[in-house]
Design a protein around this ligand. Structure first.
Ligand SMILES: [Zn+2]
Length: 499
C-alpha cells in the first residue's frame, strides 16, 4: 500500500569498525528516533503483518504470534461476532495512531480510523451516536454507513519533545548526544581511540526500518545486521527462559475462567487446550497490545532481542513529561474490551464529538451535518441550527454492560501448544489425537483456573517461545507423578475399560 509517509529517507551517521564489520554507534536526529519510538507503539498484530509482508513470511520471530495471527486470518468470518471483529484483529488499532501519522516515516499501513453516522441520522428512531465501524447497527436498524469527516484539533505531536540529536548503540540503547557519552561507549567496547574506526553515512528508509524491526526481536546487534547486511550468525534468536512462577500465588479471587488442558504425563507438556469463546477472545486480544506494553506487562527487565533496551531508553527520554511515561498503562481502544479481561490493560474512553444540525425536521439529515469536531464555537451557528453532541456507540454498549466478544459465543475451540486456534466445528479431534501417536494412558486431562498470574505468564511465553501453553501454564498444573499411570487417576482412559 503506497503511503505518503513511506518514502522518506533519513541520513544516519555510523561509526563502524571495518575489521570486525560492525556498527559501533550511530548518530541520528530526532525524526529518526521518533520512528524508533513508534515501533514500540505498534500493536503486536501489526508487527506480525508487517514482518510477514515485507520480510520472511515463513519464519516466525515473535514466539507464537504468527500462529495466533494466522488463526484469526484462517478462521471463517462466521465464527466472529461480525466482520469488523475479525478486521480489528487483522488490522489492530493503536491508541498512538494520530502520533504516528505525524512521523516523517510511518511503516504502519493500517488505514486511518474512520467515523460513521447512520444515514437516517437526526430522524426520530436514531440515537445521537457515531461509530468507527461502518458495520455497526444504529438503533433504527440501519448500518451506520455514512462516513463523516472529523476536524483535527491541534495535531498530536510525535514522541520526543527535545529537538536534539541522539546516539544509538548497536544494541539499540538510545541517549541524548554528548561527547562524554560517545567516549564512554567507545571505552566500554574497548576502543582506545578512533584509529580503527570509520565514519559512514547511510540512507535509511522504509525497507531498512522494517528490517530493523525484524532484527529488534532476533538480534543483539540490530544496527550491524540491518545496515551492514551482515546476516550470518544472528539468524537464530536467543530464547529467554520462560517465567517460572509458583502455582497458587495471587490467591483464588482473580481466577476468571477455566481451561481444560490435555497433558502428556511423561514430560508434563501441554498438548492441547479445549476452551470456550472467552479464552479465545483473551488470546486474540494479544494482537491488539502494543509491543512496549506486551514487553512491560509480561517480560520487563529482560531484553527479548533488543526490545528491552529500546523500551527502557524511550522511557528515559520522555523528559518532556516528567516521569509520566513510567506510570502509563496499556491503553487499548474501547472496542477491544470484551468478555474476559485478564491482563493489566485499560480502555480508552472514546471522545465526544459535536456537529451542527438543523432545527428544521425536514432538513435534519446527514447532509446538514458535514463534519464532527471536538468543540464547535457558538458563533458559527447559522439561524435554525444547533449543536448536537454525539457519543461513540462503542462506549454506549459498554455503559449498558452489554459486553460482546470478538468471537461468537456458544462455541468450543481447540488451542495447540503453539497457539493455533481452531473452532471445534472445523477441526477433527480424532485426527488431532491420532496424529499425536501417543499411548492413551500417557494423556491426562486437567483443568487450570486462569487469573492474572496465569494470563501474564501465558502472554510472556507466547512472545518468546513456540510452546506457549507448556511454558506459560505447566507451573500451574497439579503435580503429576509420571510413574503412576493407573487408569483410576486419569479420566481419558475411560475408553480403555470399555475396550
Ligand atoms: Zn439510524
Amino acid at each position: 500500500m503506497a503511503n505518503s509517509a513511506a518514502n522518506h529517507k533519513f541520513s544516519l551517521r555510523l561509526l563502524i569498525d571495518e575489521e570486525k564489520n560492525r556498527v559501533v554507534l550511530a548518530e541520528a536526529g530526532k525524526d529518526f528516533v521518533d520512528v524508533l519510538c513508534s515501533l514500540l507503539t505498534l500493536p503486536m498484530g501489526t508487527i506480525v503483518r508487517l514482518l510477514e509482508k515485507h520480510q520472511n513470511p515463513q519464519s516466525s520471530v515473535v514466539g507464537c504470534f504468527h500462529n495466533l495471527y494466522k488463526s484469526v486470518s484462517d478462521m471463517d468470518v462466521d465464527n466472529f461476532e461480525n466482520e469488523a471483529c475479525k478486521n480489528m484483529l487483522l488490522y489492530p488499532r493503536s491508541a498512538k495512531e494520530s502520533h504516528c501519522r505525524n512521523l516523517k516515516l510511518n511503516i504502519d499501513d493500517t488505514e486511518v480510523t474512520k467515523f460513521f453516522l447512520c444515514p437516517n441520522f437526526g430522524t426520530e428512531g436514531c440515537c445521537k451516536v457515531y461509530s468507527n465501524l461502518s458495520t455497526t447497527r444504529c438503533s433504527c436498524g440501519r448500518s451506520m454507513t455514512h462516513q463523516i469527516q472529523v476536524e483535527d484539533g491541534k495535531a498530536d505531536g510525535v514522541f520526543l519533545s527535545c529537538r536534539t540529536s541522539f546516539i544509538i548503540t548497536d544494541d539499540l540503547k538510545v541517549s541524548l548526544n554528548s561527547m562524554g557519552l560517545v567516549l564512554n561507549v567507545l571505552n566500554d567496547l574497548g576502543y582506545a581511540g578512533f584509529d580503527k574506526l570509520q565514519e559512514m553515512l547511510v540512507d535509511v528508509g522504509f525497507e531498512e526500518v522494517v528490517t530493523l524491526l525484524w532484527y529488534l526481536f532476533t538480534s543483539e546487534t540490530p544496527l550491524t545486521v540491518s545496515l551492514l547486511r551482515k546476516h550470518c550468525m544472528t539468524r537464530k534468536s536467543k530464547m529467554l527462559t520462560p517465567l517460572v512462577q509458583k502455582g497458587g500465588v495471587g490467591g483464588e479471587a482473580d481466577k476468571l475462567l477455566n481451561l481444560k488442558v490435555y497433558v502428556r504425563k511423561t514430560d508434563g507438556s501441554i498438548l492441547y487446550a479445549e476452551c470456550r469463546e472467552d479464552f479465545v477472545d483473551f488470546l486474540f486480544s494479544f494482537l491488539a497490545i502494543p509491543l512496549e506494553f506486551a514487553w512491560e506487562i509480561s517480560i520487563d527487565n529482560v531484553n527479548m532481542g533488543c526490545v528491552g533496551n529500546l523500551c527502557r531508553s524511550v522511557k528515559g527520554l520522555s523528559f518532556g513529561q516528567p516521569k509520566k511515561a513510567n506510570v502509563l498503562k496499556c491503553m487499548l481502544p474501547s472496542y477491544y474490551n470484551c468478555r474476559a479481561q485478564l491482563l493489566d490493560v485499560a480502555f480508552e474512553e472514546m471522545p465526544e464529538y459535536e456537529c451542527l444540525v438543523s432545527n428544521d425536521p425536514y432538513r435534519y439529515s446527514t447532509s446538514s451535518c458535514s463534519k464532527l469536531a471536538k468543540k464547535i464555537q457558538k458563533n458559527v451557528l447559522a439561524g435554525g441550527e444547533r449543536i448536537a453532541k454525539l457519543i461513540s456507540v462503542d462506549s454506549k454498549s459498554k455503559a449498558t454492560s452489554d459486553a460482546i466478544g470478538l468471537v461468537k459465543g456458544e462455541t468450543n475451540f481447540i488451542v495447540s501448544d503453539d497457539l493455533v486456534v481452531t473452532p471445534m466445528n472445523s477441526s477433527s479431534t480424532i485426527s488431532l489425537l491420532s496424529k499425536l501417536k501417543m499411548s492413551i494412558s500417557d494423556i491426562e486431562e486437567q483443568v487450570i483456573s486462569i487469573g492474572k498470574t496465569e494470563a501474564t505468564s501465558l502472554l510472556r511465553a507466547s512472545l518468546i517461545t513456540t510452546s506457549a501453553l507448556t511454558n506459560g501454564l505447566s507451573n500451574f498444573l497439579k503435580k503429576m507423578n509420571p510413574e503412576e499411570a493407573t487408569p483410576s487417576t486419569s479420566k481419558i482412559p475411560r475408553t480403555e475399560k470399555t475396550l
